[in-house]
Structures are given as structure tokens and as C-alpha cells.
Ligand binder design. Structure first.
Ligand code: TNX
Length: 503
């Protein structure tokens, strides 16, 4: 009973594994020690067990993590793993640290959630598992409401349990600029001082951002920074008068409108701004991607938008990163080859979104699927909820967040061109990390499973192809772990939630 559902899981029917005093975590191979230490820390938190991590041959009752080229499921070296639980011991095998780490996450879900009593037993299973897509993402909008590093780490801890391996940080918007840029200090000093609804604002220093990236990387999560442009830029325009056509800085903005701000495209100061900001963010970011937004540029004349986007995307490539942009950027036919598009229209594409999305593929790039009516986690669960938005055709319940498939949305766009899926949490109405979690869980588990687990055999009618009842049964078990970890989640209808918990 694991989320996302593993590729192959067999109950062997043999005697279970019992975690006995003196059991050790055995590590072998490059990266295994880090993964072993994370497992040790997780077992200490999850179960108050204190295991040592050692480089020694396994003995009866140990948990072994073995990383080597010939480990893990054949044909899935990048993130695949095998996991065997038997009376003799537990063994995770993988070709990479990421694979081993995902094996550890599966093991955590197999260990009983209320496990601080004795004895701790785990049913005997044999698992062979690997992801369908390389990119399983969540997005946190830290621009509308700012979330300090500790909150972001807490969110990373929660998403890795679902094998989500990318965290897209929406770092800049009209309401706030959240990452220190040494060459443009007012961006954070002034532009970072506010947030939606008059919230206090804040920003990450370069060191804090580096530390977040490292924390994520240790947990096999790649940070994807987004500097949204040329729209969604009021915080920058308010910080530097010279970025404005009339040389007058607008006031800081704390409302929820979109589409009213734009950089002055084609201007020399704007050009220097774009180069220096992208250069600094690229230098701070070890991951391959740099997202430049490009969405909802309703105040940028079309020709200027196209010229700007082409230019900015090439600046990203020159800085050594792969540009990522919302699907509107696909209106350009001059994007650098390999630019990644992020689709945010509906399950049924509207207003040119399908063609704009295919344009990335025509340029040799891939696509991340974030259909707003099923994958946006800030959309309300139920009409009338006080927190969240309802613009994407009303509420998104757990069933709708589960019953879709990324390869059944844009005609002509199949698995080969889909990098993966991503579920964004926009935070105009979301002020605390508990609220973020309450909106994200359990729906992020649905999107994570769509990104990780094999497609249903017949996706023609995706509503019936996915087994929602089986999914909700697994979610109910996962909720025991959320309770134990202190992760907030919404007790939506349709799930047989556990009763014995504080909630
Ligand atoms: C659309 S999705 C936006 C965001 C909002 C969000 C609210 C996208 C590329 N732009 O600016 O925060 O809707 O759900």
C-alpha cells in the first residue's frame, strides 16, 4: 500500500521483517551513506529508533542500501530501485542515490505509522519500481506570500515522501521579489518588503537560497527558480524607477490582479537588468533549469512580448541553463532549441494553448503538464472554501485531481515529449505553511502518482481507467504517516480516513 503505486509489488507471504534492537543500516556504493543517514534520521523521527549507519557486510535483521551499476531494475538506472523485505533483513538496491532514496521513501510508507512501540514489523514484500516521467514537480509561490527557508524545507520533506523530485519556486511577482540579487539590491530591500494582503514580505539571501538548494539536492529534489518576466514585475518596477518608461516607480502592490505590469522591452536598462538577474540566479542554481515565466503579459504589446521572450530565453541558454516558460512563450517561433514549456490551460485545451505547447516540441523541447483545472492546488476543494481560488472551472476535488492523464490533453503530445507533471500552489490567498499543506495534500499525492506510476493500460476513457477507490484506500494509509509527521492535509470526502488521529 504505497503512494505513488509501485510498478511491481508482490507480497511474498513469507514471515515479516522485525526491526530488532541492534539492527543497523548497511551502506555500500557511491551516495549510499547520505541516503542511509537520511533513513536513520527518518526512522528516528518516524519511529524513535536509533540505528547506526555502517559500511559492513549485512547481518540478520539489518537494513541494507546498495548502490551499484548493476543494482535496481534493469533498464531504469536513473531513479529505479528494488526493495526486498524479508525476515532476514531489508535490502534496497539501485544504480543511483536517487533510486535508493526513493526506495527509502517506499520503505517509510511500509513501516507502520504508529511505530514507536514494540515490536516493529513490516510485511514481507518484493518491489521493483521506477518512474514513468523524469519530472515530478510541485510549485510554491513564495512571491505572493513569503515562506521562510524553514517552511520550504518542511515542504520539501513532505513532497519527497511522494517521490516528487522538482520544486519550482515562483520567486518574483507583482507582490514581491524574494531572491537577493547583488547587482540590484533594491529588488529585495524594497521589492521584497511586502506581500499579498499586506503580509510582511521577506526574501532569501543568496546564502539562504544556496542552503535551500543544497537541502533539496541531498533529498534528490532539483530547485527550479522562476523569475517571471516581462509581466508580473511590479515589485521590480517599484524598486527601480529606471525600469519604467516614464522614469517613475509605481507603488508596491498587495492586491490579487494579474496582467497589469510589464518590463519596458527593448530598453537598454531593462536589457542589463535581465542579463544580470538571470546571470546571478543561474550562478546560484546548480540544477539545469531556469524558468522565466512569460505568462499573462496582458500589458506587453505582442511584438514586444515575442522579441523580449526570445531574447530572455537566449540569455538563459548563454548562462548555461535550459529555459522553462509558461505555454504562452510558445507563441514565439525563435526560442532556443530545447526550451521547456509548461502547460497551464485546462484538461481540454483552450485559446491556442495546445498549439503554443506543441511549439516547444517543434523546437526540440519537452513539456511539463500542469492543467489548471486538475493540477492547480490553490483551486478550492469545494465551492465556497474561504482559502483558495475558483477561476479554473470551480472546485477541484480529489477525484478530478486523479482522473486525468498528461498524454491525453494536447493532441499530438505523448509520453515521449512530456518531461513530466507539476502541481503549483499559488498563494494569493494562502498565508501559512499549514495552509499550503492543507491545499496540497492529498491532491499532490494524486498528481505525484500520475507522474510516477505507469499509465493505465487503456487511457481512452481515463475516468474509468484509474482505480480511484484503490487510490483512496492507499491515501488513507498515507494519512497515518502525515499524522505522525505533523503534515497538514484536508480530510476530503471519498477517503476512508483513519479515525484514531488528532487530524
Ligand atoms: C494564474 S498560472 C497565474 C498566476 C496566479 C494563478 C492563480 C499562471 C502561469 N499564472 O499568476 O497566481 O493563476 O491560480
Amino acid at each position: 500500500m504505497v503512494v505513488p503505486r509501485p510498478a511491481q509489488l508482490a507480497n511474498t507471504g513469507d514471515a515479516p521483517f522485525t526491526l530488532l534492537p541492534g539492527a543497523r543500516i548497511i551502506v555500500a556504493g557511491t551516495g549510499a551513506e547520505t541516503v542511509g543517514r537520511l533513513l536513520r534520521d527518518e526512522l528516528a523521527t518516524d519511529c524513535r529508533r536509533d540505528l547506526v549507519v555502517v559500511h559492513e557486510p549485512p547481518a540478520f535483521g539489518d537494513i541494507a542500501i546498495v548502490i551499484a551499476d548493476d543494482e535496481g531494475p534493469v533498464g531504469h538506472p536513473a531513479e529505479g530501485y528494488t526493495l526486498e523485505v524479508a525476515a532476514e533483513g531489508v535490502r534496497i538496491g539501485a544504480a543511483t542515490a536517487a533510486g535508493a532514496f526513493w526506495g527509502v521513501q517506499t520503505l517509510r510508507q511500509l513501516v507502520p505509522a504508529a511505530c514507536d512501540g514494540d515490536p516493529l514489523t513490516v510485511d514481507a514484500v518484493r518491489i521493483s519500481d521506477h518512474p514513468r516521467f523524469a519530472y515530478r514537480g510541485a510549485m510554491l509561490d513564495v512571491a505572493r506570500h513569503f515562506f521562510p527557508p524553514a517552511d520550504v524545507k518542511r515542504f520539501i520533506d513532505a513532497i519527497v515522501l511522494l517521490k516528487v523530485n522538482h520544486l519550482h519556486l515562483h520567486l518574483t511577482d507583482d507582490q514581491g521579489w524574494r531572491i537577493e540579487i547583488a547587482s540590484w539590491p533594491e529588488l529585495t530591500l524594497h521589492g521584497g518588503s511586502t506581500g499579498s494582503d499586506g503580509s510582511p514580505g521577506g526574501f532569501y539571501t543568496a546564502d539562504e537560497y544556496r542552503d535551500l538548494v543544497a537541502y533539496a539536492a541531498e533529498r534528490c529534489v532539483t530547485i527550479v527558480p522562476e523569475i517571471d518576466m516581462p509581466g508580473h514585475t511590479n515589485a521590480a518596477l517599484a524598486s527601480y524607477p529606471e525600469l519604467n518608461a516614464d522614469g517613475v516607480a509605481p507603488a508596491l502592490y498587495t492586491g490579487s490582479e494579474v496582467g497589469f505590469s510589464t518590463l519596458q522591452t527593448g530598453d537598454a536598462v531593462t536589457d542589463r537588468f535581465v542579463r544580470e538577474v538571470i546571470g546571478e540566479v543561474a550562478a546560484l542554481t546548480p540544477g539545469p533549469y531556469l524558468h522565466i515565466g512569460g505568462d499573462e503579459c496582458l500589458s506587453t504589446p505582442e511584438e514586444d512580448f515575442l522579441a523580449f521572450i526570445d531574447h530572455a530565453a537566449h540569455v538563459v541558454t548563454e548562462a548555461g541553463k535550459i529555459p522553462v516558460g509558461w505555454h504562452e512563450m510558445g507563441r514565439s517561433s525563435n526560442l532556443p532549441g530545447g526550451t521547456v514549456g509548461q502547460y497551464w490551460s485546462f484538461r481540454t485545451p483552450r485559446e491556442g494553448a495546445a498549439d503554443e505547447t506543441l511549439s516547444f516540441v517543434r523546437a526540440g523541447g519537452a513539456v511539463i503538464m500542469s492543467p489548471a483545472d486538475v493540477a492547480y492546488l490553490d483551486i478550492v476543494y469545494e465551492e465556497g472554501d474561504p482559502i483558495g481560488q475558483d477561476w479554473a472551472d470551480g472546485a477541484t476535488d480529489l477525484r478530478s485531481s486523479y482522473e486525468w492523464d498528461p498524454a491525453r490533453i494536447v493532441p499530438g503530445l505523448g509520453d515521449a515529449h512530456i518531461l513530466g507533471v507539476e502541481a503549483p500552489v499559488w498563494t494569493e490567498t494562502i498565508a501559512t505553511i499549514e495552509q499550503v499543506e492543507d491545499m496540497a495534500f492529498p491532491r499532490l499525492a494524486a498528481v505525484a502518482e500520475i507522474g510516477w506510476s505507469a499509465a493505465p493500460a487503456d487511457t481512452a476513457d481515463i475516468d474509468t481507467a484509474r482505480d480511484f477507490d484503490a487510490f483512496t484506500a492507499r491515501i488513507a494509509q498515507l494519512a497515518e504517516h502525515w499524522d505522525a509527521l505533523g503534515t497538514s492535509y484536508r480530510r476530503v470526502a471519498d477517503v476512508p480516513w483513519p479515525e484514531s488521529v488528532a487530524g
